[in-house]
Design a protein around this ligand. Structure first.
Ligand SMILES: [Zn+2]
Length: 234
C-alpha cells in the first residue's frame, strides 16, 4: 500500500472520528506519525479499515506491519485498539459472539461507533445510556427525528398518538445501545433501512442504494455520472 493511500485512509478515519464525536465516547485516535514513521497503531487501523467488515487474519496483518517494522513478529495492535482505545474491532480470539471469526482473526465493523462494551477507564459511562428507558429520557421521550412526544398527538399526523420505537443509527449494526435513537413509528417505518442517522436523528448517509429509484431521472443520471467518475478513476 502506498504511503499516500495510507494517509488518505487515515484521514477518512479521522474525519469519521470527528463527525461522530468519538472522543466524547472515550475512543482514542492513534497518532499517524511518531519519529517520522507511521505508527503501528495507525497502520493496523488503516489496514483493517481497508478491509472493513471483512475478516483479517493476524498473519496477514503482521505481514503488512512487517513492511514498515521488519522486526515485528506478533502484532498486538488490533487487540489494543479495541480493548484500550475503544475501536469496534471484533476478535475471534476474544470470542466475540456471533462474529463468525476464527481464532486469530479480526474484523473492523465500523468507524462510526465504539466497541459496544467499551468504557474508557478515564471516563465514566454517560449516565442513562445503559438502558432503553433512560435513553428515551435523555431525548425527553421525543422522536429524535421529528420531535413528537411519546403518548401525545403526533406533530404531523393528528390521528396518531406518538409511539416511540428503537431506531437504528446504522441499519447494518445490531440494535443495541450506541446504535439506537428513539424514533416514532411515523419516522421509523418509512425510512426502513434506507438511511443511517446520527445521534440527533438527522440522516447522515444513504444505506440502501435502492432509494435512488425514488429520485427523478435527472438525479439518477447525476448519481450515475458521479459514481462512474469515482470508480473509473481508481
Ligand atoms: Zn418522528
Amino acid at each position: 500500500m502506498l504511503e499516500s493511500k495510507i494517509i488518505s485512509l487515515y484521514r477518512s478515519i479521522e474525519n469519521s472520528y470527528n463527525t461522530f464525536n468519538l472522543t466524547s465516547k472515550g475512543v482514542v485516535l492513534p497518532g499517524l506519525y511518531k519519529s517520522k514513521q507511521i505508527t503501528k497503531d495507525a497502520l493496523t487501523l488503516v489496514y483493517l479499515y481497508s478491509k472493513i467488515n471483512q475478516s483479517v487474519s493476524k498473519e496477514e496483518l503482521t505481514a503488512f506491519i512487517k513492511k514498515y517494522y521488519p522486526k515485528t513478529n506478533d502484532v498486538q495492535q488490533a487487540r489494543h485498539l479495541a480493548a484500550q482505545k475503544g475501536w469496534y474491532i471484533l476478535s475471534g480470539t476474544r470470542g466475540d459472539v456471533n462474529s463468525g471469526l476464527k481464532n486469530g482473526e479480526y474484523k473492523l465493523v465500523s468507524i462510526e461507533i465504539p466497541y459496544p462494551e467499551f468504557t474508557s477507564g478515564r471516563r465514566t459511562q454517560t449516565i442513562g445510556t445503559d438502558n432503553w428507558d433512560s435513553l428515551k429520557e435523555k431525548y425527553d421521550y421525543r422522536c429524535a427525528t421529528c420531535g413528537s412526544k411519546e403518548g401525545e398527538i403526533h406533530y404531523y399526523n393528528p390521528s396518531l398518538v406518538t409511539k416511540i420505537q428503537k431506531g437504528h443509527m446504522n441499519p447494518n449494526l445490531p440494535l443495541e445501545i450506541g446504535n439506537i435513537i428513539p424514533q416514532c413509528s411515523w419516522c421509523n417505518r418509512p425510512y426502513r433501512n434506507y438511511f443511517c442517522f446520527d445521534e440527533t436523528g438527522r440522516v447522515s448517509a444513504i444505506n440502501d442504494p435502492k432509494f435512488i429509484e425514488k429520485s427523478t431521472t435527472e438525479v439518477q443520471k447525476k448519481m450515475f455520472q458521479l459514481l462512474k467518475k469515482k470508480f473509473t478513476d481508481q
